[in-house]
Design a protein around this ligand. Structure first.
Ligand SMILES: C[S@@+](CC[C@H](N)C(=O)[O-])C[C@H]1O[C@@H](n2cnc3c(N)ncnc32)[C@H](O)[C@@H]1O
Length: 222
């Protein structure tokens, strides 16, 4: 059986798709991806293109497995990097094991965000709320901010937007003047980098496609 190849497609612009991703797509008999991801490979797709929606992941993975059993090369496109809040986790938690996938990395929205801000991020703390807004994770976010860490996070676009995150931290006692940057639509023509404070961010709305950066600060009472 051939392995499923999960390909990172970067944050949106074709300029941020790596050549190895294009090659994997050219070699595939079946390419699965969201409408936005498939569009990035219009010139490369030689085989069948299968659109991935929010509802058909299970069915599409079964289809992929059946095709692989027949010896077909199948590629699954994942925005950004597949391993950060991407499709790698969704695939591994379903029908595939670690040895049944090949991963081609992609440029993550987190990397582009750090680049835009000229920030080193080896000591930063990363969070994603994209796949769930659990209380435990919210507490961990608060602890990271309280420990004066630089935090990069992917908000949840409906239930835990940047404004909700800012309001949550303020309610927990974090200084309202703590610096916040929201990077919207990175690499796309409507890219925007908005610098503010927690207090200001709590009053603003942003594109759902955004990365939030919070420069944490120790609380006065520890
Ligand atoms: C399902 S997660 C995928 C993350 C992806 N694997 C990565 O490495 O960037 C989708 C979230 O990533 C962030 N994101 C993806 N593309 C982005 C972009 N071009 N600009 C800003 N944020 C982006 C947004 O927070 C979006 O809601």
């Amino acid at each position: 059986m051939t392995k499923l190849t999960i390909v990172g497609v970067g944050p949106g612009s074709p300029d941020y798709v790596i050549p190895a991703a294009r090659k994997a797509v050219q070699d595939a008999q079946i390419v699965i991806g969201s409408e936005r991801s498939l569009l990035l490979f219009q010139e490369e797709i030689q085989g069948e293109a299968v659109e991935l929606t929010s509802k058909n992941l299970e069915d599409v993975l079964k289809y992929a497995q059946a095709a692989e059993k027949k010896g077909k090369k199948v590629v699954l496109l994942s925005t950004g990097d597949p391993g950060f809040s991407g499709l790698l986790g969704s695939v591994l938690s379903r029908i595939y094991g670690k040895n049944e996938v090949t991963v081609i990395p992609g440029v993550s929205s987190i990397q582009v965000c750090a680049a835009r801000l000229g920030m080193c991020w080896e000591d930063a703390v990363l969070f994603t709320f994209h796949n769930g807004v659990e209380e435990k994770k919210k507490e961990a976010l608060f602890e990271a901010v309280k420990a004066a860490k630089a935090v990069f996070l992917l908000p949840e676009p409906k239930m835990f937007k940047p404004a909700d995150i800012a309001a949550f931290l303020i309610k927990k006692g974090v200084d309202q003047m703590v610096k916040v940057v929201v990077c919207e639509n990175l690499t796309l023509t409507n890219e925007r980098v908005v610098e503010s404070t927690l207090a200001e961010a709590a009053q603003q709305s942003f594109s759902p496609l955004c990365v939030m950066v919070i420069q944490g600060k120790n609380l006065p009472n520890g």
